[in-house]
Design a protein around this ligand. Sequence first.
Ligand code: ADP
Length: 239
Amino acid sequence: MNQFLEIKGLTKQFGGLTAVNDVSFSVDAGEVAALLGPNGSGKTTLLNMISGALAPTRGTIALGGETISSLPPHQIARHGVARTFQLVRILPSLTVAENVIAALAFRPSPLWGSAARDQAHALLAQVGLADRGGEHADDLTYIDQKRMELARALAAEPRLLLLDEWLSGLNPTELRVGIDLILSLRDRGMTIILVEHIMEAVRALCGRAVVMNVGTKIAEGPTADVLADPAVIAAYLGD
Ligand code: ADP
């Protein structure tokens, strides 16, 4: 077992509220793991601690054997952690290529000039936006904005990609495209944590799932087993 991401005893308190309570789990290199749970269970808070946006109250996060949980977000990004956000974040007045070029500054070794333009075009091709680099970002359809956001996350050359409901809001055809895109990243060996409410996607993409409820980990294991777990079903029905 190559435990690439190791989370131990992770806790986050906001005043008197414990949003994440003593959560431990690990993710292997090249694994696509699901982080599940009803609304308010602490998933986004957990992602925010992995990416460094929030400092843990207690506990540790290690990536490839190195502790990253005390580092500021830009250093965690340089360790290879990238994420997408629940609400798409783009630079609307720039072109699609410029959006990706801006993100290339977050690579471990930033790219500039023609090297940046070439890399941006390669990334756009990877997400299905080849030849669309000259368009304005705010002219893109929703799925294409999601593709661009993924290209921006990939621009950082992540070793760990955090997808926060990246598939939400897509119609069934787009969902299939989105799932295939994540499958192509999995095939390239990328390690991914998927926070997702669409169980079709979780079943298609994730071999293993971790489930949280009210800040606590309530289940972990092979996706099919976890989704059949009565405690997990009860947590979702209580949502
Ligand atoms: P999920 O992503 O699973 O929906 P969140 O991590 O967003 O859950 O929220 C977990 C709990 O923490 C919720 O009760 C939420 O209201 C609370 N919470 C999240 N962020 C903050 C914050 N910045 N300040 C106070 N409470 C927060």
